[in-house]
Design a protein around this ligand. Structure first.
Ligand SMILES: Cc1cc2nc3c(=O)[nH]c(=O)nc-3n(C[C@H](O)[C@H](O)[C@H](O)COP(=O)(O)O)c2cc1C
Length: 225
């Protein structure tokens, strides 16, 4: 039995070291690891244990077909995003969130340089070179509580992966063209909520110098005694 202190340190380290990866190496994620990660994510809480989330993972040839098509659509100026959850442009967020997004933009330039935008879209076109993409779906007509449950499921995937040394990124990029995904993944009667890329970070790629900061605790937390 490992003592609690040891687990605490490991968990804190895991949380501190997790970040979104935007360039993966070609190393594959094993099917056994993928299964174990999803089994752990199934332990996430959900409204009255409704367990509304379903998981489709694209890897190998299936993912290469999706990746190729994604790159083509992304670079076609006549085709637009067709996600199941609409894209919300920065100006339509609340002021605090807008401010955080602005800070992120400035930090990205500071960390990666002026070429960051170009690199981001290059990597987005390639689905970040992720060797596996996990798609989380909900049934048509889902309610807001199921969105909560999906977030919780997604975070457990990300942390369970990190515990195995597998890096990740949750991204809108993966679910931009939902109808195309429905064709390739044979998903009917369900909405694509989010995709999570899994793999091993390419430390030599400059895009991975992006680090997200966090607001000061006192701006986020109120304790009422
Ligand atoms: C719902 C959601 C959608 C996201 N979509 C994208 C995306 O399309 N492209 C991208 O580069 N990052 C995307 N991200 C990653 C965020 O930019 C990232 O989580 C945030 O900047 C904090 O950085 P960190 O994850 O490295 O801590 C997304 C994150 C979430 C939670």
């Amino acid at each position: 039995m490992r003592d609690m202190e040891e687990c605490k340190i490991e968990f804190n380290e895991l949380m501190k070291n997790r970040k979104s990866t935007r360039a993966f190496t070609d190393k594959k994620v094993s099917i056994d690891d993928l299964k174990e990660i999803i089994k752990l994510a199934q332990m996430s809480p959900s409204w009255v244990n409704s367990q509304p989330v379903r998981v489709d993972i694209a890897t190998g040839n299936t993912l290469e077909i999706i990746r190729k098509e994604h790159g083509e659509i992304n670079q076609n100026p006549n085709l637009h995003t067709k996600s199941d959850i609409s894209f919300v442009s920065a100006k339509d967020w609340d002021i605090d969130s807008q401010n955080n997004m602005k800070i992120k933009g400035e930090l990205d330039i500071e960390n990666v340089g002026e070429k960051v935008k170009e690199l981001k879209s290059e990597q987005g076109n390639k689905l970040f070179n992720a060797p596996a993409v996990v798609y989380l779906t909900l049934p048509d007509g889902y309610n807001e509580w199921s969105l909560y449950d999906t977030g919780s499921f997604a975070e457990t995937i990300i942390l369970a992966a990190k515990e195995k040394g597998i890096d990740s990124i949750p991204a809108f990029e993966f679910v931009k063209y939902a109808d195309k995904l429905r064709e390739h993944l044979n998903v009917n009667g369900r909405k694509f909520i989010i995709g999570i890329g899994l793999g091993y970070q390419d430390d030599s790629h400059p895009i991975n110098q992006i680090y997200g900061n966090r607001m000061p605790l006192e701006d986020v937390l109120n304790i009422h005694e």
